[in-house]
Design a protein around this ligand. Structure first.
Ligand SMILES: Nc1ncnc2c1ncn2[C@@H]1O[C@H](COP(=O)(O)OP(=O)(O)OP(=O)(O)O)[C@@H](O)[C@H]1O
Ligand SMILES: [Mg+2]
Length: 439
């Protein structure tokens, strides 16, 4: 249908010049002819703005119709007797080519037929005065055929140009999409680089700290035994040393877990079973007391090759975070497990969505980095470990944008944007894949 035209303004001026040329040719003193040519000129100048800004849908129809009416009128004022033989008949090329520009082949044919009918309508008064000879009829037919010929030729070029424009548009959309994907991949690569560097650093540090810690821990234990109940104060202090060193030692072990290369023991597994184990682990810690768990497990979720222990850790961390985010007042925890097909692969997807306050926009980029935490007692390793384990499986963990599901929390329902939704994807198990991997 209608399409925007982009002609240079000087082309319009040239057009006006041609109309002026017609105006000074015979019949020279015919005021109606001059007015119609002027109107055609003005309409040509305003046409583009008229079509673009008002009546977008009907603009092209009105433009062609206006030109057709003006052309028909021009014919009647350029020949007193029998306007059908007016030398100005080529003015009908104006509405016909306009239709060819704005409409498709069928529309162009219809408009050309209407234009030919308008022209041939002058036959009726002419036949009252004259007899139609064969030479006159063939001349008329030739003129009509020329109208069709020009209309269809112009329309073909216009259709070609439109096709090219559409092709370039879809090409540019594909390029923009590729560009977005590239930027996302670059951001992920930067995250992976940061993780690797921090991993190396913390591994070295933790390793160095672990040995003196073992010595301190052993010494505190011996000291505790030696002191017995002799000195209450000293015993209490050695107790503190012992428990605090234990805490630091556990922390260091967690660092090392994170920093060490992940040894995968891949076996075919059902994602829902692993998530259930994690839910049990969280329940054993009593972290889900105020939480209502909603399970949506699709039965046709593809099987995956996973290291069960490590993946249990992934979901335990995510579920614990969700429960911690909802806090004492609790809320809803939705767990969705389903299969998804992309162009390249089959995926098994798990989404953990809570009704807590969500992750602040400024933190979304960083939460997967180690030591990023907003909690008083948090270390900030949970999501870094999740990310590392999932990466090692060739999967992906993202904080999904669609954290806008409506939840009913503590008796009240709300449909505002809230909560966090973590999406974990694993490639579906492929036959003949290695069952062991090291990343
Ligand atoms: N479900 C969630 N809702 C809101 N914020 C979250 C959620 N999950 C993670 N976060 C934010 O991301 C931060 C990092 O989480 P991460 O699990 O890595 O560390 P942590 O929970 O603070 O400490 P820990 O090492 O004990 O897990 C959290 O401190 C919290 O601010
Ligand atoms: Mg955590």
């Amino acid at each position: 249908m209608a399409e925007e035209r982009s002609t240079a303004p000087w082309l319009d001026l040239l057009w006006l010049l041609f109309l002026a040329g017609l105006a000074i040719l015979p019949p020279i003193n015919e005021p109606h002819k001059q007015i119609i040519l002027l109107l055609l000129g003005v309409f040509q100048l305003l046409e583009r703005a008229f079509i673009q800004h008002s009546l977008q849908r009907w603009g092209p129809t009105i433009a062609v119709l206006a030109k057709l009416v003006l052309a028909t009128e021009l014919i009647s004022h350029t020949r007193d007797v029998a306007p059908i033989i007016s030398s100005y008949w080529p003015v009908f090329f104006v509405p016909v080519t306009t239709a060819a520009i704005y409409f498709g082949p069928v529309g162009t044919l219809l408009w050309t037929t209407l234009t030919s009918a308008a022209y041939c309508s002058y036959l009726i008064p002419a036949l009252k005065e004259f007899k139609l000879e064969w030479s006159g009829a063939s001349e008329l037919m030739m003129r009509v055929l020329f109208l069709y010929l020009v209309a269809m030729t112009v329309n073909r070029f216009v259709m070609d140009a439109r096709f090219q424009v559409r092709r370039y548009q879809s090409l540019s959309e594909t390029l923009a999409e590729a560009n977005r994907n590239l930027q996302q991949a670059q951001a992920e690569a930067r995250r992976a680089e940061r993780l690797a560097a921090l991993g190396q650093l913390s591994a070295g540090l933790a390793h160095e700290i672990r040995n003196p810690l073992a010595v301190i821990k052993g010494s505190a234990e011996i000291l505790k035994q030696k002191l017995g109940s002799a000195d209450e104060m000293a015993r209490e202090l050695s107790d503190y040393i012992y428990t605090e060193v234990n805490r630091v030692s556990a922390l260091v072990s967690r660092f090392l877990d994170f920093a060490r290369p992940t040894q995968l023991d891949l076996r075919p597994a059902v994602l829902a079973d692993i998530v259930e184990k994690s839910l049990k682990a969280v329940a054993d810690q009593g972290a889900d007391r105020q939480v209502r768990i909603v399970r949506e497990y699709a039965p046709d979720t593809p099987r995956v090759d996973l290291d069960e222990d490590l993946c249990e850790q992934v979901f335990t961390n995510l579920i614990l975070n969700a429960c911690e985010a909802m806090g004492d007042q609790g809320g809803d925890l939705k767990i969705r497990i389903f299969g998804e097909s992309t162009e390249r692969e089959e995926l098994a997807v798990a989404e953990i969505e809570d009704s807590g306050p969500g992750v602040p926009a400024g933190m979304r980029e960083q939460i997967f980095n180690p030591f990023v935490s907003t909690k008083k007692t948090g270390v900030g390793l949970g999501l870094a470990i999740v990310s590392k384990i999932v990466d090692a499986h060739g999967g992906k963990v993202t904080l999904s944008d669609s954290s806008s599901t409506s939840f009913s929390t503590a008796g009240s329902s709300s449909s505002q944007q809230q909560g966090a939704c973590f999406r974990v994807t694993f490639p579906a198990a492929a036959a003949g894949k290695d069952a062991m991997g090291v990343v």
